[in-house]
Design a protein around this ligand. Structure first.
Ligand code: HEM
Length: 175
């Protein structure tokens, strides 16, 4: 797949004018990748870099989401990959979904272990309402704090601890 964004992809500000999920994953991880001579990161298939290591994933399907109740699943699409260390490091973040459940919200992604099967998913992060003081976002956009789950710890090779704070997840489901 192409590791560069298509030429027509909007920049970050235009991107927030459309529904989608905007996420830098973990900025220290981005800096780590960028510091490697052979470190690469890139997105496609519905995801594009919005600048500074933040990626925008297009809205795929919000029909299973009830905005009034804040329940259900919002599906976004896109394929984000990081690689380095001569191929020993390879992290995929594909088709992130925000799943609001009774027990709380989680961010799930396609399970890279079974790639190219996209049916199996893992919980990458647990999500919680961002504390007051979160930056002002365009109308229809919300922000959630993201913390690494047990499956997410595996994705990053056990370097980060369970519950490690990731970058905040910004999202909109309004078409
Ligand atoms: C050849 C094998 C590897 C070597 C030599 C290596 C080396 C290192 C070193 C030296 C650091 C500290 C960097 C710093 O503090 O700036 C680091 C951090 C890290 N490594 Fe690796 N690593 C390897 C493989 C991997 C793999 C396979 C992953 C899987 C995702 C990984 C994920 C990470 C993460 C998440 C951090 C922390 C980055 C941060 O947030 O500061 N590493 N690694």
């Amino acid at each position: 797949m192409s590791m560069s964004a298509p030429a027509h992809m909007p920049d970050g500000s235009e991107a927030l004018a459309r529904p989608g999920l905007s996420w830098g994953v973990k900025s220290s991880f981005t800096r780590y990748i960028d510091s490697m001579p052979d470190g690469r990161r890139g997105a496609g298939y519905g995801a594009a870099e919005a600048g500074g290591g933040v990626y925008f994933f297009e809205l795929d399907d919000a029909s299973g989401y009830d905005p009034a109740l804040g329940q259900g699943i919002i599906k976004y699409r896109g394929d984000l990959r990081y690689k380095g260390h001569g191929g020993m490091l390879f992290v995929m973040v594909v088709d992130p979904w925000i799943e609001f459940r009774e027990a709380g919200a989680v961010l799930t992604v396609v399970d890279a272990e079974y790639w190219p099967n996209r049916e199996r998913r893992i919980e990458l992060a647990s999500l919680a309402p961002a504390p007051a003081g979160a930056p002002c976002l365009p109308r229809g956009w919300g922000q959630l704090d993201a913390r690494l789950t047990a499956a997410g710890v595996e994705v990053f090779n056990g370097v980060y601890a369970l519950g490690e704070l990731l970058d905040p997840v910004r999202f909109s489901a309004e078409a």
